[in-house]
Design a protein around this ligand. Structure first.
Ligand code: PMP
Length: 406
């Protein structure tokens, strides 16, 4: 691939031009949500200006244009992830996608004596739905533990995959540690034992090439707003055989074929799981976001972010009293850190005054912080459109803030 002009890429993101508290913005909260290129903003704007209508319900021209755009987005996402379009349920994001698996797949199947295996490094979105299912079915939650460096304990995992385990929930990439889990191997291990796998791809799809057929999981959830798309978009990919066997989650329009008071015939998947008017504008934007990412190339994005991660890690390691959580050999550009004598929230608040946006707190991963015995971290998560100069500015701001905090 030809080299990417990253300065030109950065110029595609209008928001990055702004200042915060009189300082140039350094946006390092991409693991939380990403910024949008002008092309995506314009696509959403163009939808409302030129072909806003509801999908699948009208024979008029606007209705068919809107439907084509919405179904086109499904096809575009499917091509991006190397799967069939009719295996992609479009929804509001990872949280909805995992809840759909919990309520439509797990709830009718699990019973007392069954076990749900969940890794220590999951986001609450891949923990709490399973707890709700466990509560209602009598199934038990088991934790797949990690090593100090933030990698999965593979030996413990193999031991934990006992015959009572029916489901294994695992992040492709940890939102707090950046650990990239070898999901292909993990899913193979699980499948060999008849365990169904649910992979949370929220932090993977935006940052590296993802081929869902190659991974070989049963379910894969992701969110659009972290991959240059609008908020309130995302999808669940599932093997067709699962989708066919799953009852609807929400009832309403669009998910039915025929309704009478004697009974209702449900639509085929994926529409069976898409009750109500969907986020059409959002998916028009997400489709454009995928075009945008593909034009740069996911392999180039991965390499660029690996370079920024190495630069950021080296810089933070050179600061006395700074400790980084998570040292996985395969790691995405997410750096959680602690600073001696400074609370994470104080640091983030003062960094904000310097124009630097980092997240502080528990990052929706309480059990993971409990493992490390810390109350909160700061997290800097650069994206491909960030620069080495911004990392320098961040380090300078950090030094200044630490002086202020004494
Ligand atoms: N899982 C992971 C690993 C995440 O990082 C996030 C977003 N912070 C989610 C799930 C939830 O995604 P959403 O809020 O878009 O549903």
């Amino acid at each position: 691939a030809p080299p990417v002009d990253w300065a030109r890429v950065r110029a595609d993101f209008p928001l990055l031009e702004r200042t915060v508290h009189g300082k140039p913005l350094v946006y390092f909260d991409n693991a939380n949500t990403g910024q949008k290129p002008a092309a995506v903003i314009e696509a959403v704007d163009g939808y409302y200006r030129h072909f806003n209508a509801n999908v699948s319900r009208a024979v008029h021209q606007l209705g068919s244009e809107a439907t084509e755009a919405y179904e086109g987005a499904r096809k575009r996402l499917a091509r991006f992830l190397n799967v069939r379009a009719d295996e992609l349920v479009l929804c509001s994001g990872t949280t909805f996608a995992i809840n759909l698996v919990a309520y439509s797949w797990a709830l009718p199947r699990l019973k007392a004596g069954d076990t749900i295996l969940v890794s220590r490094m999951e986001h609450h979105a891949n923990i709490v739905p399973w707890q709700l299912v466990a509560e209602r079915t009598g199934a038990t939650i088991r934790v797949a533990e990690i090593h100090e460096d933030g990698t999965l304990d593979r030996e413990a995992l193999a031991r934990a995959m006992t015959p009572d385990v029916k489901l294994f929930a695992i992040a492709h990439v940890s939102n707090l540690l950046g650990t990239v889990n070898p999901v292909r191997e993990l899913c193979r291990e699980a499948r060999r034992r008849g365990i169904v796998t649910v992979v949370d791809g929220s932090q993977a799809v935006p940052h590296r090439p993802v081929d869902l057929q190659a991974i070989g999981c049963d379910f894969y959830a992701f969110t659009g707003h972290k991959m240059c798309g609008p908020t309130g978009t995302g999808a669940l990919w599932a093997r067709r055989e699962h989708l066919e066997a799953m009852p609807p989650f929400l009832g309403g329009g669009e998910m039915i074929r025929e309704v009478s008071f004697d009974g209702t015939v449900f639509n085929d998947p994926p529409h069976r799981f898409e009750a109500g008017t969907p986020n059409i504008a959002g998916f028009v934007g997400l489709s454009t976001a995928v075009d945008y990412l593909d034009a740069i190339g996911m392999a180039s994005i991965e390499a660029r972010e690996a370079d920024l991660l190495a630069y950021l890690t080296t810089a933070l390691d050179a600061e006395p009293g700074v400790r980084i959580l998570g040292r996985a050999p395969d790691k995405a550009a997410v750096v959680s850190f602690l600073v001696d004598g400074a609370h994470a929230h104080d640091l983030a608040t003062l960094l904000d005054l310097e124009g630097v946006a980092v997240r502080s707190g528990q990052h929706c991963a309480h059990p993971l912080l409990q493992f490390y015995g810390v109350a909160a971290t700061c997290r800097a998560s650069p994206a491909f459109y960030n620069t080495h100069a911004e990392i320098d500015a961040f380090i300078a701001a950090l030094r200044k803030v630490r002086r202020l905090l004494g």
